[in-house]
Write a protein that binds this ligand. Sequence first.
Ligand SMILES: Cc1ncc(C[n+]2csc(CCOP(=O)(O)OP(=O)(O)O)c2C)c(N)n1
Length: 411
Amino acid sequence: MINSAEVAYVNAANEGEAVAIATGATLGGLGGIVMFQNSGLGNAVSPLTSLNWVFQIPVLIITTWRGQPGGPPDEPQHGLMGSITEDQLKVMEIPFERFPRQLKEVDSVLRSACDHMNQTGRPYALVMEKGRVAPTPLMEREKLPRSIGGIERAEAVPAIFDQDEVLCRIQASVSGEDIVVATAGFTGRALYSCGDLPNQFYMVGSMGCVSTFGLGLALAQPQKRVVVIDGDGAFLMRLGALAAVGGEQPVNLLHIVLNNGVHDSTGSQATLAAHVDIPGAAVACGYPRAIDLVSLDRLGDEVCGRQPGLRLLHLRTQPRRDRKLLRPSIEPAAVARRLQGFMGVKGRAVLKRRGRIESSRQHDENVCSEGVEWIWRGPAYCRYCSLGFAFLLLNGNRSSQANICRMLEWL
Ligand SMILES: Cc1ncc(C[n+]2csc(CCOP(=O)(O)OP(=O)(O)O)c2C)c(N)n1
């Protein structure tokens, strides 16, 4: 799968982030599959229980079975996890079966998986015993060039904004075509209070997964921009997410971090943000640009400007005075279906063969979304225009294309 040109393989630093990316991709219309060693099943529990289950967004999980009882001898660290792998899946209400032993079994296994995912909207797992797949050399993946951007530091003393004002400004500044995803706790509820819209997604749990979920959505929906609103506590909870997002550099993702220095939603305990350079961390993880914002007007400009290029906006906000925020009256699963309707995605589980190659072919008219002429030259991946596996060549010259695309990021 990692080598396949038909699969958009995304690397994650943590199994939970992998689940969140695949979940965003599934919601956006691609079939999300997650592969990991069973040692990492625990890392995936938060999104599996409070994102997939709640919003009814299925992913297919392929987990190895190290430490399988009765299986070949294994290392001590796999013993307990090996013996509880099946129970963990059962407790999370994730049906599973063994990973197929022979090619001829694959169709029926996938049929059971798809039937379950389509009927329930929830994940299905394949548990892979040792020796089920043959070793295969991995192809070298194209490496992204180091980011050429940088950090824009606040020249003035950073203002401390009111969260409601910030969220309502973001809502007013996005285009009607953008998708807005808000992190767990007060942020989603406050965005809902600014106005409930079909392009909005309120995370209710899976703290720390908002940017990776947004990454999956952004990859699945290259024509739309995804605006992710994060909290400092959530951002710090899964710092590995930065590396996953920075590794892909989706040009249609805008990551906004509202830093109030506390876990406001759960009693205002301090986060560790006071000694963390949030924009610096983003740029260190591959974000081309990160900005410390000191004015709401600049926020509006940044949000409504349609400059391509992954960027992070960092704002300081006050802990809330009004703590009696309404919870969305719309159920999470209905929010997910509504967003799918907004994106024109049908059905819940879309485990059909549709990867970036197909989505990039939407651009097969010699003009990329940024208006640059290009020539289809077979499968590869343009990092600059987020056109999926389209390898862009301008006048047959790869580097001039890359430069033009880079310039476009800065327009
Ligand atoms: C894995 C996980 N741990 C804890 C929680 C409970 N929780 C929900 S929101 C929240 C605080 C989030 O803090 P932050 O991101 O700084 O946002 P703020 O509450 O300040 O708006 C916590 C701890 C959760 N939903 N998931």
